[in-house]
Write a protein that binds this ligand. Structure first.
Ligand SMILES: NC(=O)c1ccc[n+]([C@@H]2O[C@H](COP(=O)([O-])OP(=O)(O)OC[C@H]3O[C@@H](n4cnc5c(N)ncnc54)[C@H](OP(=O)(O)O)[C@@H]3O)[C@@H](O)[C@H]2O)c1
Length: 304
C-alpha cells in the first residue's frame, strides 16, 4: 500500500505549515490537499502539487466527506482549540474511504490524572486515540488505519514562550529542583519531518504510536546556553517541585488561565527518557535529528 494523496488540516499553523513544506518538498511526489476553514485568512504557497479546499468553520460532516473523497491519508495538525472536531474528521474519513489518519497528537505521552482533571482539554487527545483504535477494531483490515506522532515538547516554542520557565522580560529563570532533570524535546521541523517519514513507510507505521525526539535537555542546560549566547546574566529563582506544583494547581483552580502552561510544564519537568521504549521510532523513521547547539541557535535567532 502507498499513501500518495495527502489531505492536511491546520496547514497554516505553527506545525502544519512545516508539515506542508516537507510534504511539498518530499521526493516521494505527494499530491497535497489543504483543508482550511472558510473564514480563515490563511494563505498557502503556489505549487502544482497543492490544492486548497475550504470547509465551513464548524467542519460539517458532508463538507468533510466531500473534501476527503480522494485522499489516501488525512493529517490533522489542528490547534488545541479545534481538537474536539476530530471525531467528525475520523467519521468522515471512514465514510470517504480514507486509508490512514494522523491525529493532532504532537505532544505529551503520559498524562497524569491531575493534569486531565485541571486541564480537561488534554483528555481529548487520549480519547481520540481510543476512538481510532475502536473504529479500526470495528472493521478490522478494512478499517481506517492510524499513526500517532508523539514528541513531548516543542523545543523552540518552549525556550521563547516562557514555557520552560524563562521570563524574557525580566531575564529571570525559575529553576525547579535545581533545573537538572532532563526531558525529551523536539524541534517543530523534526516533528513535521517525522509525519512525512511515517507516510513514506506506511506498513511499519500502521496503527502505531511513534515516539520521536531531537534530544533530551534540562532547564539548567538551556539557561547556560542562553546566558552564553546573549552574554547576559539571568536572575534565578529556585523552587522545589512539590510546593511549586501545589501553588500552580491552586492558581488554576482559582481560574488563573495564565498558570495553565506551568501546569503542563509540571508534567514535563520531572524528566523523561524514551530511547529504550518500544515505541521509540527515530530509527524506524530514519529521522535526522538536530543537535542541542543547532536547535538553540535557531531558537534564539531573533534575540542574538
Ligand atoms: N508539544 C508541544 O510543545 C506543543 C506546543 C504547541 C502545540 N502543540 C500541538 O501541536 C498541534 C498543532 O498546534 P499548532 O500550535 O501548530 O496549531 P495552531 O497554529 O494554533 O493552529 C493550526 C490550525 O488549526 C486551524 N484551526 C481550526 N480550528 C481552529 C480554532 N478554533 N482556532 C484556531 N485554529 C483553528 C487553523 O487552520 P485554518 O485557519 O487553515 O483553518 C490553524 O492554522 C496541536 O495538537 C497542539 O496541541 C504541541
Amino acid at each position: 500500500m502507498s499513501l500518495n494523496r495527502i489531505l492536511l488540516i491546520g496547514a497554516s499553523g505553527n506545525l502544519g505549515s512545516l508539515i506542508l513544506n516537507h510534504l511539498i518538498s518530499s521526493p516521494s511526489g505527494f499530491q497535497v490537499i489543504v483543508l482550511s476553514r472558510e473564514s480563515s485568512k490563511a494563505t498557502f504557497p503556489q505549487d502544482k502539487r497543492l490544492e486548497i479546499r475550504r470547509v465551513g468553520d464548524d467542519y460539517p460532516p458532508d463538507g468533510l466527506q466531500a473534501a476527503f473523497r480522494d485522499a489516501d491519508a488525512v493529517i490533522s495538525a489542528i490547534s488545541m482549540a479545534g481538537m474536539h472536531q476530530q471525531y467528525k474528521f475520523i467519521d468522515a474519513a471512514i465514510a470517504a474511504g480514507v486509508k490512514r489518519y494522523f491525529p493532532t497528537e504532537f505532544g505529551l505521552d503520559d498524562l497524569p490524572d491531575w493534569l486531565v482533571e485541571l486541564r480537561p482539554m488534554f483528555r481529548i487527545k487520549h480519547d481520540v486515540r481510543d476512538y481510532l483504535a475502536a473504529k479500526y477494531a470495528e472493521k478490522g483490515q478494512q478499517g481506517l488505519e492510524w499513526t500517532e506522532i508523539v514528541c513531548n515538547v516543542f523545543f523552540e516554542m518552549g525556550v521563547m514562550s516562557g514555557f520552560f520557565q524563562f521570563d524574557w522580560s525580566s531575564r529571570t529563570a525559575t529553576l525547579i529542583d535545581g533545573g537538572d532533570a532532563k526531558w525529551v524535546v523536539t524541534t517543530l521541523d523534526t516533528v513535521a519531518l517525522a509525519v512525512v517519514r511515517a507516510l513514506e513507510k506506511p506498513e511499519v507505521t500502521k496503527n502505531r504510536l511513534l515516539l520521536v525526539q531531537d534530544f533530551r535537555t534540562s532547564q539548567r542546560e538551556i539557561l547556560d546556553a542562553i546566558e552564553q549566547r546573549t552574554r547576559e546574566k539571568w536572575g534565578v529563582r529556585h523552587v522545589q517541585y512539590a510546593p511549586w506544583l501545589e501553588e500552580v494547581k491552586n492558581l488554576v483552580r482559582r481560574g488563573d488561565e495564565s498558570a495553565l502552561p506551568k501546569l503542563t510544564f509540571a508534567t514535563v519537568v520531572p524528566g523523561s527518557r524514551w530511547e529504550d521504549r518500544e515505541e521509540f521510532a527515530n530509527r524506524l523513521l530514519g529521522l535526522p535529528t538536530k543537535s542541542f547547539d543547532e536547535a538553540m541557535d535557531a531558537a534564539l535567532k531573533n534575540v542574538v
